[in-house]
Design a protein around this ligand. Structure first.
Ligand SMILES: Nc1ncnc2c1ncn2[C@@H]1O[C@H](COP(=O)(O)OP(=O)(O)OP(=O)(O)O)[C@@H](O)[C@H]1O
Length: 227
């Protein structure tokens, strides 16, 4: 693998939470992720999956070790550089969709594009294309309460892709959905991964869903035990 194929490089990374009893949530984790990988992180409850995902998403900082995103050391960045990198390079989908209830599907996907300075017309074109990609071209004007749970998550996926991030992160993104809708979302992610060549990193409890990804990273007690 050449250096330019690497999008995330994690070296000797540890996370210790110190509120009350010390918890060693991650212990000397090493992980290299290539551009365009479709990867899942699995492991028992409390094993450190979300902690690792939050550090990759620049939502949290390691206690020790380094994380390079696209060759840049995130641990050495100022707060404003961290925010900029997060906005430019990362897209997020969480267990709950966090869509704005008073806005339509189209407006929810347009929102991050308008915030990043796109014109109304550009934002609308991109949002329409992405909502078509997730199979919701006939639901553009529906608000979240007029959509099913699976459809809301599909809007959330379209919104995460709006600013064309290099890395899309999903934390138990199908945790509230039934098996059929969950599988549909994973098949959709696979399709988007092939179409846009973005890197997908998804935390899940469900080994059957993880099987749908190209690489499974298994964490037990803060350590990667297989990859
Ligand atoms: N903010 C925090 N403060 C203190 N301890 C924390 C904090 N967040 C997580 N932990 C602890 O760190 C460990 C790893 O938690 P983490 O949420 O990363 O696990 P997880 O594998 O994602 O679990 P789950 O599958 O149940 O969501 C756990 O023991 C947890 O109690």
């Amino acid at each position: 693998m050449s250096v330019s194929d690497t999008i995330i490089e994690i070296k000797d990374l540890s996370k210790i939470y110190k509120n009350g009893a010390e918890v060693h949530a991650l212990k000397s984790v090493n992980l290299t992720v290539s551009k365009g990988e479709f990867m899942s992180i699995i492991g028992p409850s409390g094993s450190g999956k979300s902690t690792l995902l939050h550090i990759i998403g620049i939502l949290d900082t390691p206690s020790k070790g380094t994380i390079l995103i696209d060759g840049k050391d995130v641990s050495k960045m100022s707060d404003s550089q961290r925010s900029r990198t997060r906005n430019e390079k990362l897209g997020f989908v969480f267990q709950y969709h966090h869509l704005l209830p008073d806005f339509s599907a189209l407006e929810n996907v347009m929102m991050p594009l308008l915030i990043s300075g796109k014109s109304d017309k550009e934002a609308k074109n991109i949002a329409e294309r992405l909502l078509k990609d997730v199979g919701l071209e006939d639901r553009l004007d529906h608000r979240p309460n007029q959509l099913s749970g699976g459809q809301c998550q599909r809007v959330a996926v379209a919104r995460a892709l709006a600013n064309n991030p290099d890395i899309v992160i999903g934390d138990e993104l199908t945790g509230n959905l039934d098996t059929k809708s969950s599988e549909m979302i994973y098949d959709l992610l696979r399709k988007l991964n092939s179409k846009y060549q973005q890197t997908f990193i998804i935390v899940t409890h469900d080994p059957k869903l993880a099987e749908k990804t190209d690489r499974i990273v298994r964490i037990v007690d803060g350590q990667i035990v297989s990859s």
